[in-house]
Design a protein around this ligand. Structure first.
Ligand code: PLP
Length: 398
């Protein structure tokens, strides 16, 4: 008899986005004359950079010619892309070797697949609120999960607590959904905690390119000692508009070594290579050429323009909320604004209020964890026109 993985019974059904869609459809049917503005979009809206399109078109042409056609590539990615990423890291002062970089179809897959490398006996430490993938992928393995609270008292940036014993720690900075970003000093404390406890930090840097202050690390590896205790997940999804194109990368340092339960020392880099070569057959050549172009001078210039566009939206949003005296986090090094619901409203209560009264849609913070209750996420991925209009409605009507 085939038994299924019982851990799946412990997953909580996520009603967040279906509930939002349902409420919006209902409102739209009742008020067809009202223009609804969606400020909850968690996806980019600007098209791929011209340099990326050009590189992919060239790669498509190569695939149609016998001499330049490519079949299976290296599972961990082509060297041309490893080298482009290593150079990119060097541009902000972080040294990573080509064979520490693994190309994948995105950070979400790597985040889920990474659970393969660790024993299910580990205690997992997850921030609340946070990107729900960290939690669900570990629930699927039946692991013990403990939470650290993001709250106004710590600016939604939980710090290590020596009385808490965690083996695997998830950090996301700049954070989804709060937009909060760790300083170098704060990351140093996390690295010190991980080294002291032989823990491993899984660092999600999906929003690193939104950081505009050079004193804030773009990578956990900007912190000394991090190569002995961290894995970094990154993605071109938000930084170059690759959400539908699919390409990310994970950095597993050679210095990262941990023991099996019976004391055998293992290199995480070798384990991840073994895992990927066994279960994955690589990202398409055409996509990797597109990704390489993201890191070219032309591609970087074009992607920075896209980021500036989103960041200007965030600035407009932050300005309007400041005028209204509404407390919020993020919006500077992040496309997300995490606002406190006015007048003590709950997340869903405020969602309904904003929709009914102003026809503006956002994401209830409670959907990202219990500490998100009373908060609300707005995103800067909309058009300029809609962003301005939504904030005008909020300024006048809230
Ligand atoms: C969007 C996002 C990602 C990117 O996932 P991909 O699979 O690369 O598209 C990773 N982490 C967080 C926190 C995100 O919000």
């Amino acid at each position: 008899m085939a038994f299924v993985n019982q851990n799946y019974c412990n997953l909580k059904e996520s009603y967040l986005f279906s509930q939002i869609a349902h409420k919006v459809a209902e409102f739209s049917a009742a008020h067809p004359e009202k223009k609804i503005i969606k400020m909850g979009i968690g996806d980019v809206t600007l098209p791929l950079a011209p340099a990326v399109i050009e590189a992919m078109q060239k790669a498509v042409a190569e695939m149609g010619v016998k001499e330049t056609f490519r079949g299976y590539g290296p599972e961990q990615g082509y060297d041309f892309l490893h080298e482009a990423i290593a150079k990119y890291y060097a541009s902000f002062g972080v040294d990573v070797a080509s064979d520490e970089i693994f190309i994948s179809d995105g950070a979400k897959s790597d985040c889920g697949n990474m659970t393969d490398l660790f024993s299910n006996d580990n205690v997992i430490l997850i921030p609340d609120p946070v990107y729900p993938v960290y939690l669900d992928t570990n629930v699927m393995c039946g692991r013990k999960i403990i939470y650290m609270q993001g709250k106004p008292e710590n600016d939604f940036l939980p710090m290590p607590d020596d009385s808490v014993k965690a083996d695997i720690i998830y950090l996301c900075s700049p954070n989804n959904p709060t937009g909060a970003v760790y300083t170098k000093e704060q990351l140093e404390k996390w690295v010190a905690y991980a080294l002291k406890n032989d823990a491993v930090i899984l660092y999600d840097a999906a929003y690193e390119s939104f950081i505009s202050d050079p004193s804030i690390p773009r990578s956990i590896f900007a912190v000394e000692g991090a190569k002995k205790c961290a894995i970094e997940l990154c993605s071109l999804s938000k930084t170059a508009g690759f959400t539908g194109t699919r390409c990310g990368y994970t950095i597993v340092p050679h210095d990262l070594v941990r023991k099996t339960k019976d004391g055998q020392e293992m290199s995480l880099n070798k384990m991840w290579l073994r895992r990927q070569t066994t279960k994955f057959n690589g990202v398409p050549y055409i996509i990797q050429r597109g990704a390489e172009a993201v890191f070219s001078p032309e591609g970087q210039k074009q992607c920075r323009e896209m980021l500036s566009f989103y960041k200007e939206n965030a600035r407009i949003m932050a300005e309007a909320l400041t005028k209204k005296g509404i407390k919020f986090y993020g919006g500077t090094h992040s496309p997300y604004i995490w606002m406190q619901c006015p007048n003590g409203m709950g997340s869903w209560e405020f969602f309904d209020y904003l929709l009914e009264k102003l026809a503006v849609v956002g994401t209830p913070g409670a959907g990202f964890g219990s500490m998100g209750e009373g908060y609300f996420r707005l995103t800067a991925f909309g058009s300029r026109e809609n962003t301005i209009e939504a904030m005008e409605r909020i300024e006048k009507g809230l």
